[in-house]
Design a protein around this ligand. Structure first.
Ligand code: HEC
Ligand code: HEC
Length: 157
């Protein structure tokens, strides 16, 4: 009963409004948007951002180091706007479904991401025009505005 109840909350939430606060920090847009789409802080809890910022020199196989000053500023910006400090709907859903005893390093390995995309064939993510499930902006035309609503999805060939 409890489980079914949660699934219904989850589904209605994702269908009605899936929003995170857009990035309004120029350093974040520039530094964290230079190799990939600049993920909004509201897509992960603050413990995840702390861990990610701790390991920037060994960041998913690349070096994403920042100078001390920028790193400090960005870390507080990400923590301040993390999913657990945000009221936006998608952040709240992510927060609710991230187990408190886990510290995910990715958005794409979370249950919210999995459920939102469970009707997509896996091989679509490997298309040349998309490359990886992490490349939100390839399909979500409004991702940089923090809008992941399915109405604005366009899957490239
Ligand atoms: C030097 C390149 C580079 C920079 C700069 C960089 N990243 Fe990354 N990041 C990567 C790579 C490579 C991946 C793995 C992408 C993949 O698997 O497709 C990644 C993945 C991620 C992911 C996981 C995405 C997922 O799959 O859910 C997060 C979160 C992330 N980066 C945050 C950041 C933040 C925050 C910054 C700025 C402080 C940043 N990145 C700067 C290269 C970079
Ligand atoms: C291959 C294209 C593609 C990529 C890449 C992709 N998505 Fe999606 N996403 C979709 C499609 C298509 C849907 C709608 C699925 C459905 O309704 O069955 C969707 C749905 C969603 C939803 C639910 C929205 C709603 O209104 O129900 C969220 C949230 C979401 N995506 C977030 C992300 C994030 C965050 C990333 C990057 C980390 C990402 N997506 C990467 C195609 C993609």
């Amino acid at each position: 009963m409890n489980k079914i109840y949660l699934v219904i909350i989850f589904m209605s939430g994702v269908l009605l409004a899936s929003d995170v606060k857009p990035i309004n920090n120029q350093i974040a847009l520039k530094e964290c948007g230079s190799c990939h789409f600049a993920y909004q802080p509201g897509l992960l809890p603050k413990r995840s951002w702390k861990k990610i910022f701790k390991n920037l020199s060994d960041h998913f196989g690349t070096d994403a180091s920042l100078n001390k000053n920028d790193k400090q500023k960005l870390l507080s910006y990400f923590v301040k706007n993390s999913s657990d400090n945000s009221n936006q709907y998608l952040s709240r859903v992510i927060n609710r479904y991230t187990k408190p005893n886990t510290t995910p390093m990715r958005i794409t390995t979370g249950i919210v991401f999995a459920r939102a995309h469970n009707e997509l064939r896996r091989d679509i993510f490997r298309r040349k025009s998309i490359r990886s499930s992490s490349n939100c902006i390839a399909c979500h035309t409004t991702a940089s505005r923090g809008l992941y609503n399915e109405d604005y999805v366009r899957i490239p060939r």
